[in-house]
Write a protein that binds this ligand. Sequence first.
Ligand SMILES: Nc1ncnc2c1ncn2[C@@H]1O[C@H](COP(=O)(O)OP(=O)(O)OP(=O)(O)O)[C@@H](O)[C@H]1O
Length: 252
Amino acid sequence: MSDAPLLEVRGLTKGFGPKAVLRGVDLTLAKGESLVVIGGSGTGKSVLLRCILGLDTPDSGDVLWHGRPLSGAARAQFMDRFGMLFQGGALFDSLNVWQNVAFRLTQPMGARAAREVAVERLARVGLGPEVADLYPADLSGGMLKRVALARAIAASPEVIFFDEPTTGLDPLRAARITALIRGIVSDTGASAISITHDMASAQVMADRVALLQDGRIVWTGRPAEMQAAATQVPALAAFLDPVAALAATPGH
Ligand SMILES: Nc1ncnc2c1ncn2[C@@H]1O[C@H](COP(=O)(O)OP(=O)(O)OP(=O)(O)O)[C@@H](O)[C@H]1O
């Protein structure tokens, strides 16, 4: 049991009506590993994440947490042990920054203690205590991402999910958030699954990359292996150099 991966997806399928989106996804996430799932628009990355989180019910297949199917007690344990950075940040406009960060603290604690934890997490993402009492409407896009990141790590999760963490940021801010995420994952020893279109960010964040295409993981490997693998896997080549891939497509 202790040898089991932290999280494992086995033969996951999910469709909507006649449309098969996931056609047998197999994935493992080791303890402390940062896995980045890439794939074109509409390939089912979000559906995969939703199935893992229990927001969508798979048609078949299993999600295992510490080797146990994610249902009943294992699901309850998992719910306490994961952090999530949603694509748009998904902060509550009516709560101030520290209340947003402390929102998912599972350990019961008074407001003063919760605020202290929130301020500490804000410092970890490069924001000072003066931000704690501001509201989301007062913040820039980059600051909102940082606050959302502070919330994702608030309860010291074992696994953190990042849904398109650099979407909507300019290249410099995207690079900063990417470096911050990589640092947090390395420092805390948390495992991470990120989904992204941003190859620059994937290369920095990933210990391992998995490419989702036609409902399956068609390639997985280390970022340094991607270039060589692209000669065998056209979809990978398209990600690494979309302009060249388009130019090579007849009638583009
Ligand atoms: N609730 C739903 N009902 C019907 N179809 C759905 C539903 N959720 C997702 N889909 C379909 O499943 C497919 C995969 O969607 P998904 O959002 O997972 O793609 P994605 O890889 O995350 O794309 P993007 O990178 O553009 O966000 C799409 O064709 C989408 O329309």
